[in-house]
Write a protein that binds this ligand. Structure first.
Ligand code: AMP
Length: 254
C-alpha cells in the first residue's frame, strides 16, 4: 500500500505535466514589430497612448508562438483560430498557431512592474478603442492572453523576452535607414531591399506584411522576425508568407 502511494506521488507530476504541455506546444515564435506610420495612415486611423506620441520607431505588436506546419483545425474552440487554406486542391480549415491557452491567466501589472516604463516606450497602443488615448497595458494584456499564455513563459519572462529582442538590433528603423530606406511621402522601396537590409543586420531572414494607406497604396506594415523556442535566438523564417506586399512598397512618415 505504501509502495503504491509512493508510485502515485511520483507519477502525478508527470501526468500533470503532460496535461499542461498543450500550452507550449509550438515550433518557433514570430516577434512582430509594426511601423506606426502604416498603422495610422489607413482609413481607420489611430490614437496615441496616454504616454503621448510614440517615437518614430517600429513598435512591438507581439511575440507569437507558431507551428512550423499548419494542422487541420477541429471544430469548437479551434475554429476561431483557423484559416481557410487550399490543401491538395481542397479548401480546408487549418490552424497555424495556438492561441488563448489559459483564459484564467490574466496579466497582473504587478508581475511586470519593473518593465512598465520600457514597455510603454516600445510596445505602445495605437488603438482608438474606448475613446482612444488609453493605457498601453490593455494591448499588452490582450497579447498576453491570446499569445503569451501559449508561450510556456511566465508573465515577466514573456515581456522581458520581447524587450530583449527589441533591444538587441538597436531598432529596425535605424537598420532600414542605414540601407537608405527612410520614411517618405513619395518613395517606393523594393521589398527585397527591405528584407535584405534586415537579414544582413540581424543575421536572419524575416517575413514582411503590408497594408494599404487611405489611397489604396501598399506599404510596409509589420516585420515578422522568427525566433527559436528559447525566445532568444533569431532564425530564418521557415514559412513563406504572402503578406499582401507588392514588389515595391511605401514607408510613410510618422
Ligand atoms: P493579434 O490578434 O495579436 O493578431 O493582433 C491583432 C489585433 O491587434 C487587432 O485587433 C489590431 O487592431 C490590434 N492592434 C494591432 N496593432 C495595434 C496597436 N499598435 N495598438 C493597439 N492594437 C493594435
Amino acid at each position: 500500500m505504501k509502495l503504491a502511494m509512493i508510485a502515485v506521488a511520483l507519477l502525478l507530476p508527470l501526468v500533470a505535466g503532460a496535461a499542461a504541455a498543450d500550452a507550449d506546444e509550438f515550433d518557433f515564435f514570430y516577434f512582430v514589430q509594426q511601423w506606426p506610420g502604416s498603422f495610422c495612415d489607413t482609413q481607420r486611423g489611430c490614437c496615441f497612448p496616454d504616454t503621448g506620441k510614440p517615437e518614430p520607431e517600429f513598435g512591438i505588436h507581439g511575440l507569437w508562438p507558431n507551428y512550423a506546419k499548419c494542422r487541420p483545425a477541429n471544430d469548437g474552440p479551434d475554429a476561431a483560430a483557423s484559416i481557410d487554406m487550399v490543401v491538395g486542391g481542397h479548401h480546408r480549415r487549418q490552424k497555424c498557431w495556438p492561441e488563448y491557452c489559459d483564459d484564467s491567466n490574466q496579466l497582473l501589472p504587478f508581475a511586470i512592474r519593473d518593465l512598465i516604463s520600457e514597455l510603454a516606450g516600445n510596445w505602445p497602443t495605437l488603438s482608438c478603442k474606448n475613446g482612444g488615448g488609453g493605457p498601453s497595458i490593455e494591448f499588452w494584456a490582450y497579447e498576453w492572453k491570446k499569445h503569451g499564455t501559449c508561450s510556456g513563459l511566465g508573465q515577466h519572462g514573456y515581456f522581458a523576452a520581447a524587450l530583449d529582442l527589441k533591444r538587441r538590433d538597436g531598432g529596425l528603423a535605424g537598420i532600414l535607414a542605414a540601407a537608405g530606406i527612410v520614411p517618405s511621402e513619395d518613395e517606393r522601396y523594393l521589398l527585397s531591399g527591405i528584407r535584405g537590409a534586415i537579414a544582413n543586420a540581424t543575421g536572419a531572414i524575416p517575413n514582411l506584411e503590408c497594408n494599404r494607406d487611405a489611397f489604396g497604396e501598399t506599404q510596409l506594415y509589420q516585420v515578422y522576425q522568427c525566433v527559436a523556442r528559447d525566445g532568444k535566438t533569431l532564425i530564418d523564417c521557415p514559412l513563406p508568407m504572402s503578406g499582401r506586399c507588392s514588389d515595391r512598397v511605401k514607408m510613410p512618415p510618422f
